[in-house]
Design a protein around this ligand. Structure first.
Ligand SMILES: Cc1cc2nc3c(=O)[nH]c(=O)nc-3n(C[C@H](O)[C@H](O)[C@H](O)COP(=O)(O)O)c2cc1C
Length: 342
């Protein structure tokens, strides 16, 4: 056996029983497809298993919700998944990680790789992944995030991040989406928007640009990050952008998303950073998580947001000169969005 699948605790109590979550229910079909893709002899499964004294155990004192008590309905593996696990090796375990499972894997002579799926990402999936990592350090280990659910979505993401740190390959995460929304009259700010999107794509995100009068609302709603850009008019944002921010942006569900801003100007000291500042202030009002990368990601630093000087009046300058800054900014914003929401 070269590659094995480990299915963690797909039991009724975690799906629609005493510790149910909507997220656990939502992964059931993915889990079934994944099990079908392996021959049964390459599949191992675990079952969280407690006795009637659960509430007086260490775990029970910390989580006083009875679950997976041997012999109860809640303890059983969900029936449609249990059918698919016929002929596989199933291990009962009294706590999060299964030492017996790790011992069994050690006996497999040709084993090169394992993939983990199941419940809950932040407790038993991560515990077993790290236990197996300790037992078999040369084994390749991956976790398919689309077949796992955490106690909460936030804890699911945090556990994936922890596993990444421990060199466990996380697959099955959808790319984060980034919207770049801009105003423009003569095209410069639109160009800068495309450069930002290009950098975001380079960092693995899906990115799209929209002029304020043609925003794809659904795309923006699904986006983890929204970056807003504007030309500088009289050292301020344009009246059109101001109106759009006041009248339209509030309806896009921007709260909680990563927010950033950029601007173009004609003169090196033309006031573009004031434009960025005003946009960022509006983003704070919408409840966005405002970010620029600042000096946290090394040089070149982009403290507030990138500015492009179009060079119409400055022969030594050109918008193209700022392209790499916009691209870098897009890359950094996408990476930050992935850290927060990926
Ligand atoms: C009405 C108006 C006011 C402007 N005010 C400024 C300004 O205060 N400072 C500056 O550097 N550029 C100023 N500009 C130049 C634009 O900010 C600059 O050309 C910008 O790149 C245009 O972006 P766009 O091509 O996306 O429309 C102004 C342009 C217009 C039309």
């Amino acid at each position: 056996m070269k590659k094995a699948l480990i299915v963690i605790d797909m039991q009724n109590d975690f799906i629609d029983g005493s510790l149910e979550t909507a997220e656990a229910l939502s992964i059931v079909e993915n889990v079934k497809d994944k099990i079908r893709s392996y021959p049964p002899e390459c599949v191992f499964a675990t079952m969280d298993t407690h006795g009637p004294d659960y509430l007086s155990t260490q775990e029970g004192r910390n989580l006083p919700v009875e679950h997976c008590i041997r012999g109860t309905e809640g303890w059983k593996i969900r029936p449609d998944i249990e059918d698919l696990l016929k002929g596989t090796r199933i291990f009962e375990k009294p706590t999060f990680g299964s030492e017996r499972l790790a011992e069994e894997l050690k006996k497999e002579e040709d084993l090169e790789e394992i993939e983990l799926i199941g419940l809950c990402t932040d407790i038993c999936v991560v515990s077993n992944a790290l236990l197996i990592k300790a037992a078999l350090p040369e084994l390749k280990i991956s976790v398919d995030a689309s077949c796992c659910a955490g106690v909460t979505p936030k804890k699911h993401l945090a556990a994936l991040e922890t596993m990444r740190s421990c060199q466990i390959n996380v697959t099955g995460t959808a790319p984060v989406m980034i919207s770049v929304i801009y105003d423009t009259r003569s095209g410069n700010t639109g160009k800068a928007a495309e450069w930002i999107a290009c950098g975001a794509r380079r960092a693995g995100a899906q990115a799209a640009c929209f002029k304020t009068d043609a925003v794809d609302e659904e795309y923006v709603r699904k986006s983890s990050g929204v970056i807003i850009g504007c030309p500088t008019y009289m050292a301020q944002m344009t009246a059109d952008m101001h109106r759009w921010l006041q009248e339209k942006a509030g309806k896009l569900g921007l709260g909680g998303k990563l927010g950033g801003a950029f601007a173009t100007e004609q003169y090196t000291h033309g006031g573009a950073e004031l434009v960025i500042q005003s946009i960022l202030e509006m983003e704070l009002v919408f409840g966005m998580e405002v970010y620029s990368s600042g000096n946290a990601q090394g040089r070149p630093c982009i403290h507030i947001g990138p500015v492009g000087v179009n060079g119409n009046q400055e022969p030594h300058n050109s918008l193209e000169h700022y392209r790499t800054y916009f691209e870098l900014y897009g890359e950094r914003m996408a990476r930050r969005a992935a850290e927060l929401f990926g």
